[in-house]
Design a protein around this ligand. Structure first.
Ligand code: NAP
Length: 252
């Protein structure tokens, strides 16, 4: 039997479904003592198994201090594919502390033959790509609406988990909802709101993929925002792959 003392302290950077799954899987594994970390953006985050801390670390230096203070032995980065700063900070801090850093990142979506995707490099470009007069469905979260809300010549339906901090202009309607979403719901939403264009980040994963199938079926254009280019290399694309890597780490 492995004793509590021998457990490796693991910092799990989260904010994703994968991180929640990992926390649950590792909770009963005595080889790891997991601390899940959330940025604190969501007022009512979904329940997490095990120890949780909330809030930024204060950049690379703050994270280094935290890793030392908590005697962390390994950093697992399971943050969102678009959470660029925390991933870069975590890799740098882990390198400086000579700790292993493992990044879990789900693969991006790929267009099918009948998909009508328009590729945007970033949010600003995506907002410029919406033709005047169009009705657009934004599924990009509440923090990044800015470039679209400046467009008074389009109509906006924006779906997000929690309300934005600032009020939105009269050409924008908010829908508060939490994934997963079914294809039938997405079809109804696109039809009922008479959406011309869907805007999404290329987050990948199955829980929010139904909107792409619905857009395909209805011939709705999709503006697909590419992932940030400058991100740490991906070590695992799924929770199972990451668990296998941890198994190997523990064995060495
Ligand atoms: P970001 O731009 O990469 O991070 C900005 C700052 O927030 C980081 O420098 C760090 O502050 C703090 N931070 C971010 N993630 C953290 C974590 N897991 N634990 C502690 N501090 C964290 O991140 P973001 O895009 O704003 O995303 C914030 C969180 O929401 C992430 O955890 C991500 O997994 C989740 N999320 C993001 C998206 C998205 O589209 N970006 C979508 C769904 C979920 P310090 O420098 O002070 O340490």
């Amino acid at each position: 039997m492995v004793s509590e003392v021998q457990a490796t302290r693991l910092l799990l950077l989260g904010g994703t479904r994968e991180a929640r799954e990992l926390a649950e899987k590792l909770a009963n594994d005595r080889r790891w003592a997991v601390i899940s970390s959330l940025a604190g953006r969501t007022r009512e985050p979904e329940a997490l198994t095990g120890q949780v801390r909330v809030g930024g670390f204060g950049g690379v230096a703050g994270l280094e201090t935290y890793l030392a203070q908590q005697d962390i032995g390994i950093v697992v980065d399971a943050t969102h594919p678009f959470a660029q700063a925390i991933s870069l900070n975590a890799r740098t801090a882990a390198e400086k502390m000579e700790l292993p850093y493992l990044r879990l990142c789900r693969p991006p979506w790929q267009p099918g033959e009948s998909d009508r995707w328009l590729n945007a490099a970033n949010l600003e470009q995506a907002a410029e790509m919406v033709a005047p007069g169009c009705k657009v469905l934004l599924t990009i979260g509440r923090q990044e609406l800015g470039p679209f809300l400046q467009r008074s010549d389009i109509r906006i339906v924006a779906r997000m988990i929690e309300e934005p901090q600032k009020p939105v202009p009269s050409n924008a309607e908010l829908i508060l909802a939490r994934p997963p979403f079914r294809v039938s719901d997405e079809l109804a939403l696109l039809r009922d709101k008479e959406i011309d264009v869907l805007v999404t980040k290329n987050a990948g994963g199955s829980s929010v993929e139904a909107k792409l199938e619905a857009a395909r079926e209805l011939g709705v254009d999709v503006i697909m925002i590419a992932r940030p280019g400058d991100a740490p290399a991906v070590d695992a694309q799924s929770v199972d792959e990451l668990m296998q890597l941890l198994q190997r780490h523990h064995a060495t």
